[in-house]
Design a protein around this ligand. Sequence first.
Ligand code: PHE
Length: 385
Amino acid sequence: MRAFKITSLFALAAIAVSACASAGGTGGDIKVAILAPLSGPVPTFGVSTRDGALQAIDEWNAKGGINGQKIVPIVEDSQCTPDPAVNAAHKVIDQDKVSFIIGEVCSKASIPVADYANSKKVIMMSPTSTATGVTVDQNGKVKDYIFRACFIDPFQGKVAAKFALDTLKAKTAFIMLDQSNDYVKGLAEAFEAAYTAAGGKIVGKENYTGKDTDFSTILAKVADAKPALVYLPDYYNVVNLVTKQAKEKGITAPFMGGDGWDSPDLDTKAADGGYYTNHYSPDDTSPTVVNFVKAYGAKYKDDKGQPKTPDALAALAYDAGNLLFTAIKNAGSTDTTKVKDALTKINYAGVSGKITYDANHNPVKSAVILHVTGGKVVFDSVVAP
Ligand code: PHE
């Protein structure tokens, strides 16, 4: 009888400890989910995001974790697509019992994941999702537990419009967009509003869908309209198809886009002459960027065994991890209500710039303009908010 009691007490204690650990409570490990599109239309986004986040996790663990607790990553392939992303969110929240998520990457997937995470008081830090609807609901109310490491599309669109008019002297533009993609739609709207307000003229606007591979009908209209610039704020997989077909059609107007162009798989030959807005440039000579690029290259190699250069997704995922872990440290707790309060007060110097949050949990920070030229992507300029 006595022996039985002792054993059952031990069993109870063991259950209590593991329950505490799995809830990310004090004493145990801190589980952090990384939801990244490792497969699907934009796999380079997933690989960079995972690797940037893991670099931050490894650095913190090497220093002893957060307040003595080790960080344990749980990586899920969320595919840049709402349904698989929401399924991955259910898996990590309901089964793995994580309290913290880094991800998703694509705004269209991040919006429904944010809604679920917020309803469960799970903190979600999207490194890269720039659509406004990620951190605020349809009534404009901030989602208390949702943050991001990147600027938002109203700013990104304005930066592109200003650059098109003031630097490229492009007074006419043609917009191509996929209405079903929250990111593409929001960025196209932001560009159009800022461009026309500053005196630019939209000479054509055409929709396609995410499944299209033949853009000849739209490109014939572009050729007719003869714009000074074509604005194409989509991801690199679509940009590769469209710019290749445009070159074949003899269209010489430069294409311009947003952060979605950022990929080692961007076809720099097809997109030659193009420009895009982005979050950071690995050519930045500030010590924070130089150190990050060096450490990342030492850890990750390309197919030829050469050090990988971190793209914006890797940089933002690294910043996202550091923001989250610094907030947990500052809160002195893994209680997500305390951690979200610590995040709203944070002042963090990241690789992608200095981060403090506005009332809608959006960082206010600079953008860079990059130029696709001679088979490479080169830094053009920085634009402050
Ligand atoms: N901003 C994009 C989105 O919201 C994601 C992205 C960010 C892609 C940075 C590439 C680089 O969907």
